[in-house]
Write a protein that binds this ligand. Structure first.
Ligand code: PGA
Length: 256
């Protein structure tokens, strides 16, 4: 089986105006040149999606939504639907980010509905899972991950589960400057792949792209990416400046 193409994804959260977003991408693309062996995914605020669509239309670059509702349309003030994300040019969307779960109280069940709805509209979900510090210290990491993945993928057709992207983002590592060590990340990534093998299919699990997120920086990306079950990065803070995000995209690992 071919090794999956790595994904380096930027989650800009609630940062950047339209002008700032365009300037960033133009500069990044100019400095990087053509990107062939990895995918660069950018999740800007909703307001910048449409304007970024044209400049993201180059090989290796993909646009993502940061969140969505599960309905196609309706009386849901302030929400954006998967249909609208598709309309704005998104190929991916983040589902179940820890800030959605912990700041906005989203449940496993809601995340599952989003995953299903995204697939219905031809958008690949980047499903985020991860434990809090308390859960890790209480020895519950694997239980939490199992619960989150099971709930979010229930009833997913096989052709959809084969495309799913998962991101392991330990809540204690997001925006804290505390990264999981490569060993800690690899241990959970292996667990996720094994879990997906039992939930979906062994071959499907081998081809899934499992991203790590949580204080990824230029100085820790190479060691993380070198581990067997880590196929990409979901980057918050360090994706906001061109030099750091560019260095993360240009990770090098030697042979895995
Ligand atoms: P961080 O955020 O890189 O700033 O820790 C990661 C994320 O929230 O996806």
């Amino acid at each position: 089986m071919q090794t999956p193409t790595p994904i380096i994804a930027a989650n800009w959260k609630m940062f950047k105006t339209i002008d700032q977003a365009i300037t960033f991408v133009v500069q990044l693309q100019g400095e990087l040149g053509p990107v062939h062996d990895r995918e660069v995914v950018i999740a800007p605020p909703f307001t910048a999606l449409q304007a970024m669509r044209q400049i993201m239309n180059v090989p290796g670059f993909r646009l993502a939504g940061q969140n969505c509702h599960w309905e196609e349309q309706g009386a849901f003030t302030g929400e954006i639907s998967p249909l609208m994300l598709r309309d704005a040019g998104c190929d991916y969307a983040i589902a179940g980010h820890s800030e959605r779960r912990h700041v906005f109280g989203e449940t496993d069940e809601e995340t599952g509905k989003k995953v299903q709805a995204l697939f219905r509209h031809g958008i690949v979900p980047i499903l985020c899972v991860g434990e809090t510090l308390e859960e890790r210290e209480g020895g519950k990491t694997f239980d939490v991950i199992t619960r989150q993945i099971t709930a979010a993928t229930e009833g997913l057709p096989p052709e959809a589960s084969a495309k799913l992207v998962l991101a392991y983002e330990p809540v204690w590592a997001i925006g804290t400057g505390k990264t999981a060590t490569p060993d800690q990340a690899q241990e959970v990534h292996r667990f996720i792949r094994d879990k997906c093998a039992s939930l979906f299919d062994k071959d499907v699990a081998k081809g899934l792209r499992l991203l790590y997120g949580g204080s990824v920086k230029p100085d820790n990306v190479d060691a993380l990416m070198a581990r067997e079950d880590i196929d990409g990065m979901l980057v918050g803070g360090a994706s906001l400046e061109v030099p750091s995000f560019k260095r993360i995209i240009q990770f090098h690992t030697g042979e895995k």
